[in-house]
Design a protein around this ligand. Sequence first.
Ligand code: F0G
Length: 466
Amino acid sequence: MNFREIAYQECIRVDCRKVYAVDEVLTGCLECGSLLDVKYDWESGPAPESWAMFQDKWSQRFDPLARSGVWRFHELLPFALREQIVTVGEGQTILQQADTVSRYAGMKSGNLFLQYEGMNPSGSFKDNGMTAAFSHARSVGSQRAACASTGNTSASLAMYCAVSQQMKAVIFIGSGKIAYGKLSQALEYGALTVQITGDFDDAMLRVREVCKELDIYLVNSINPFRLEGQKTIMYRVIESLGWEVPDWIVVPGGNLGNSSSFGKAFIELFELGLIDRVPRLAVINARGANTLHELYENRSMRWNDGRIDRSIQQQYYQELDADQKKASTIASAIEINRPVNLDKCLRALDYCAGVVREVSDQDMLDAKAQVGAGGIGCEPASAASVAGVKLLREQGIIAASDRVVCILTGHQLKDPTATVAYHTTDQKKFNEVLGARGMTRANYANRAVAVSNDLDEIIRAIKIYG
Ligand code: F0G
């Protein structure tokens, strides 16, 4: 395939559709300000006709691009030339059948799967998108790349900059709004870390201004190339199911990059004839950061064939401002009130017969403990997906016999504070971290047993608790 020459960018608004070249650095349409898609003129290059070509890549694993779980699907994101790609072996993640979690969520055994994106090199799904945006940044000769972040995007960007030694990372974080595991990564990988007073939404506004002013490449998911990389999470899910599509994809919703990219993946796969049906999509908000839930489920904001009623969003944002309401949840990764990919997510929900739900911090941490008890640890935001399945089962929307895939977006070690506070015997610590958020109990806590350093006492304790 003639990589790159068939790629271009296009405004997603149906009555605009302005087209831009693939090597223009934009985060929105210059005419109308809407989001951009990376598009491909499949007719001009041999489009992938079957999954077999991707299956064959396994035998070429000595080639770093065939080993990468993103770039082994290069033909489905053909915007980059081989020599421009920066890969660190991202996307070598697994789909795990999870029967303990299945029982917890009320699913039939064997029907619930966890797509463990915490296994990426920087410990979250972000690497899927970062390799794509970073490769694009490199291809256009950028010297610096920036993002606002709740922690994982910044860890990923910092890692790609450090590994490739090709660009300087500038990251914007809200003060006190980032889990320690993530902050430690950015610092250690050498990113210029700018901590601003405010939260993610404030940092996001600022970083856009700064990037414009200083001509820095922006890698937040408003960047359409990021989402190209994240499509591959769905390709790997389908691959792991023997090239079959599940009934449901359930994903946490923050800035709405994942849900947007999954929708785009399914639109393209269907157009290319690689799938003959589309799964349903469930996007799960934290109750303390529930803009999508509010707009989609309570105020009926819809994609509407690309003619979105913007007044619904404007009205809601005015209310947020008037009430000085800020996002607030233990799941700091998704502590976001103004998701930049809202429009694309509405398109995905439309195409995939989607639903949106909100879950509490208690729901997420209990679900997280169940995921952990099954041996795959995740961070609080990731567990929103499992808590979401439980809720949708209780509501009868997901059937016990459906085949459901939850995306575990980030690794358990990203946020040890939340995990230790959940399992602690120290009520003060629990109250500080979780009680302050209205949580009253840890339903699945695995508490440490304190004993003095005495053989008899230790043996007695093991007999009692073991
Ligand atoms: N889960 C985790 C672990 C995340 O880090 C994020 C986003 C999400 C879910 C939400 O994904 O934005 O695609 O809806 N983290 C961003 C960051 C905002 O800066 O790391 P989304």
